[in-house]
Design a protein around this ligand. Structure first.
Ligand code: GTP
Ligand code: SPV
Ligand code: MN
Length: 599
């Protein structure tokens, strides 16, 4: 469709931009994505023909495909991710920064002729329901059919979006090329002042599905600060209580720390008989606005899951297993001879004669030259699947207004220190709890696996502006939210001396949610500690779950000495965030220290 007159829009600004970018990348052809099943089927066939994807067993996995990324391109590359605004101070201490001019110039060199011999796909997409006051439109230009097929699952794509955009200039300009996949020339560039994203030399999810982390978190968080709302790395879930009423909560955990699992949990035996039911609204991103009723309301800007495969099985997450049965793309898992897929701690025994995520012949029990087990699936292997296929998918997904939020939950992976759950004393204390979050690194990030790093609000890699300003935005919003949700912190990952998890987690986490919702209503028994309120010894309903004696005490323990050290760590971290750190959080730190000393 090189002929511009045949393009499916009359938006001059959009057409000019597509022309300009194609003059830079020089694709052989330009194809506009209309969101139809017919076009998707043609693209699938084409991707299979060039072996970008492999069709899976049509009986076992109808409509499913398999994909491998380059071995050096298996997770987001935070060190190649930049916020490119005029002033470095606006990107802040936690972001890599480049001056826009320098960033454009360098990347233009990488994009130059990058699409020669390839097709440029034009993907108009909406984050949030099309036409909703929450909605934001983007257009991604990409030379990867894999990206197009993923975008078709992850967001609302096609003609309807173009119609809604009309002649407007109000869309995020997203440019992506696989380029050569050279890691040294990989750049994930955000230009919040131009509403533009450029991504080059990667083919991995979070780097290239530009509606997700790049638009819906980094660019949107910048917009949210200016327009008075929040873009957060949070799941959204409804808890239907025995009386039929549904309360909604949002929860921010760092990458690979349990958002997808919590968002679609199945009530455990015991609690199930009380009549609980979970509704999944989102598993990764929440856009949150203050409404005229004085409450916070949230939408999930996405319509798909890009979830971690390893560890997902019919016991830990039956809803996810049901979701990925059909119409799913699997990336970097094990491919079995019969066209099925497998991953570590999944269902079934490991297949024989299978190919691992690198495409090598693989069998369970293989070890490398150091004797370490070789996993078949990459630890950050993922599935891309439509939310509507999830048995617990919320019937309010398409509501333009979203859902009202009753509690905000923060959490991380902490071997020690953080108790199973605690409640903050106030909004500002809750912001402090979010700001001082920390978690062990997982395979979703490059870095040293297991090391603890500060990850405020689970937004360290995703906040598109100065982190200190971000904290201040949360504090300022608190002043105008008339009906503030309470703020909590959870830790499913506390371990005993032998390194075993103390808490069974997964579905059992509903017991903690039940207490959180009770507390939000002013009910539920709690004990005051220097860090916040923890449940009284018998406050969690443990019907149907027996823990060994002493375990609950261990889970809820607040070690004052360890928290004294933690306060020092938090101070060290705050000191790295520069002069814009809000005084309110310094006050909260001193208040924590005072409470610890008084005990
Ligand atoms: P991103 O998609 O990277 O943002 O991750 P996420 O926060 O959605 O994490 P996810 O739910 O995919 O969980 C990541 C890993 O944590 C999986 O291997 C899970 O099996 C494991 N996990 C999730 N919930 C629990 C839990 O309650 N307890 C324990 N022990 N492990 C859990
Ligand atoms: C995360 O790392 O938090 C993810 C996966 O959700 S990705 O979209 O690749 O960033
Ligand atoms: Mn995530």
């Amino acid at each position: 469709m090189a002929n511009k007159n045949q393009w499916p829009t009359t938006n001059r600004i959009l057409k000019n931009w597509v022309e300009e970018m194609s003059a830079l990348c020089l694709p052989d052809d330009i194809v506009w994505i209309d969101g139809s099943d017919e076009q998707r089927d043609v693209l699938r066939e084409e991707a299979c023909r060039v072996a970008e994807i492999i069709p899976l067993n049509p009986e076992r996995h109808p409509g499913c495909y398999y994909h491998r990324t380059d071995p050096l391109d298996v997770a987001r590359t935070e060190d190649k991710t930049f916020i490119c605004c005029q002033k470095q101070a606006d990107a802040g201490a936690t972001n890599n920064w480049k001056h826009p001019e320098e960033a454009y110039t360098e990347a233009a060199g990488f994009f130059h002729c990058a699409m020669r011999g390839r097709t440029m796909y034009v993907v108009p997409f909406s984050m949030g329901p099309v036409g909703s006051p929450f909605g934001k439109i983007g257009v991604e230009l990409t030379d990867s059919i894999y990206v197009v097929l993923n975008m078709l699952i992850m967001c609302r794509v096609g003609k309807e979006v173009l119609d809604t955009l009309g002649q407007s200039n109000d869309f995020t300009r997203c440019l992506h090329s696989k380029g050569t996949l050279d890691p040294d020339k990989r750049r994930i560039l955000h230009f919040p002042e131009d509403n533009t994203i450029w991504s080059v030399n990667s083919g991995y999810g979070g780097n290239v599905l530009l509606g997700k982390k790049c638009l819906a978190l980094r660019i949107a968080s910048w917009m949210g600060r200016q327009e008075g709302w929040f873009a957060e790395h949070m799941l959204i879930m409804g808890v239907e209580e025995p009386n039929g009423h549904i309360e909604y909560v949002v929860a921010a955990f760092p990458s690979a720390c349990g958002k997808t699992n919590l968002a679609m949990l199945l009530p455990p035996e015991g609690l199930k008989s009380k009549g609980y039911r979970i509704w999944t609204v989102g598993d990764d991103i929440a856009w949150i606005r203050l409404d005229t009723d004085g409450r916070l309301w949230a939408v999930n800007p996405e319509v798909g899951f890009f979830g971690v495969a390893p560890g997902t099985n019919s016991k830990t997450n039956p809803n996810a297993m049901a979701t990925v049965r059909a119409n799913t793309i699997f990336t970097n898992v094990v491919l079995a001879k019969d066209g099925t897929v497998w991953w570590e701690e999944g269902d079934d025994e490991p297949p024989t004669g299978a190919l691992d995520w690198l495409g090598r012949l693989w069998r369970a029990g293989m070890t490398d030259d150091k004797g370490k087990p070789i996993t078949g699936a990459h630890a950050n292997s993922r599935f891309t699947a439509p939310i509507r296929q999830c048995p617990s998918a919320s019937f309010r997904m398409e509501h333009h207004h979203g859902v009202p939020i009753s509690a905000i939950i923060f959490g991380g992976r902490r071997n020690t220190l953080a108790p199973l759950v605690y409640e903050s004393f106030s909004w500002n204390h809750g912001v402090f709890v979010g700001a001082s979050m920390a978690s062990e690194l997982t395979k979703a990030q490059y870095g040293k696996h297991g090391e603890v790093r500060r990850d405020p609000f689970a937004m360290l890699p995703f906040c598109g502006y100065n982190m200190a300003d971000y904290f201040k935005h949360w504090i300022n919003m608190g002043r105008i939210i008339r009906r503030q949700p309470k703020i909590f912190h959870v830790n499913w990952f506390r371990r005993d001396k032998d390194n075993n998890f103390l808490w069974p987690g997964y579905g059992e986490n509903l017991r903690v949610l039940e207490w959180i919702l009770q507390r939000s209503r002013g009910e539920g028994e709690a004990v005051e500690t220097p860090i916040g309120y923890v449940p009284a010894a018998d406050a969690l309903d443990m019907i149907g779950l027996e823990l060994k004696p002493g375990i609950m005490e261990e889970l809820l323990k607040v070690d004052l000495d360890a928290w004294g050290n933690e306060a020092d760590e938090i101070e060290r971290f705050f000191n790295t965030l520069g002069t814009r750190m809000p005084w309110e959080l310094r006050n909260e730190l001193e208040a924590l220290r005072r409470r610890l000393e008084q005990k």
